[in-house]
Design a protein around this ligand. Structure first.
Ligand code: ZN
Length: 285
């Protein structure tokens, strides 16, 4: 069933899984699952799961990439490349990152960006995958991301989770920062991942994406910089207790409560932030 809707790449062997039983076995061994819109997003947002998988070895971390990223901006030596050429290379870059980062599995869903934003088909594919994998932790995009395909992807993941029986739900669901940092989130909605270990590996995982980095999107500088800034700028009255931190918003309430509207949830976050931000000012200021 699944072979028609997604392809599963095994970084350790460099092969695609062709046999349904092997696919089921591999996916079932994944405990930490990242679900990203584009090639390169996993390395930005799911670094906590990637580092855990790298440290433990075996099939701890699995990555899912929903689109092939064919619409990305391009420059330099990629300026004249067609969408097909770019999509093919971005896929290879993603496979390379998965090998370097020792991911247990890498799943390509090959949707177009507008499918994520406009069609429900992706929800069914994600539900099938989640039933096969039964991960403990899920990392996806933040609902406050400023890239519309990222926000749509996060909502599709929540929809897929809401369709699962309660016993199949992961323990934790995180909406991770990519476009728009989350350091400002009120404490009870914010998860801080300490990613102080293997800083060089983290940079390598971003440099792999030459189509982006060499076109002038310097994720290899920006993301380690953001993580270092998160670590230092967290608390004015304390010294740093991490070298690098990545933030996520808690998506558990939305995954578990089918009646909770994402707008209501986001408004709760924004209202609490507003109250905190305005509280140092006198009422008449
Ligand atoms: Zn992206």
């Amino acid at each position: 069933m699944s072979a028609a809707i997604f392809e599963v790449y095994v970084p350790e062997t460099g092969e695609l899984v062709s046999d349904a039983a092997a696919e089921q076995e591999l996916l079932a061994s994944i405990t930490h699952l990242g679900i990203a819109a584009h090639p390169d997003d996993l390395e930005i947002m799911a670094i906590d799961g990637i580092l855990k998988g790298y440290a433990k070895g075996g099939s701890v971390f699995g990555g899912v990439v929903l689109t092939d990223g064919r619409g990305a901006p391009r420059a330099g030596k990629f300026a004249a490349w067609s969408d097909d050429q770019l999509a093919a290379l971005r896929k290879e870059e993603q496979k390379t990152a998965a090998r370097i980062g020792r991911y247990g599995a890498l799943v390509f869903m090959n949707y177009a960006s507008q499918d994520i934003r406009q069609r429900n088909a992706v929800v069914q594919s994600l539900a099938s995958l989640l039933i096969m994998a039964r991960p403990c932790w899920v990392y996806t995009h933040s609902l406050l991301d400023s890239h519309p395909t990222h926000t749509a992807a996060a909502w599709r993941v929540i929809q897929a989770l809401r369709g699962l029986p309660a016993a199949m739900l992961p323990e934790r669901v995180f909406g991770c920062e990519v476009w728009r940092g989350l350091e400002w989130l009120p404490e009870r909605f914010r998860i801080a991942f300490d990613c102080s270990e293997r800083l060089e590996l983290q940079r390598e995982l971003l440099k792999v994406f030459g189509t982006q980095v060499e076109s002038g999107k310097r994720y290899d500088r920006a993301i380690p910089g953001r993580r270092a800034a998160n670590a230092t700028m967290d608390e004015p009255n304390a010294v740093d207790n991490a070298r690098a931190v990545a933030y996520a918003m808690d998506l558990n309430p939305l995954a578990r409560d089918k009646t909770l509207s994402p707008r209501v949830y986001l408004r709760e976050i924004l209202t609490e932030f507003e109250q905190t931000a305005l509280s140092p000012l006198p009422d008449d200021a």
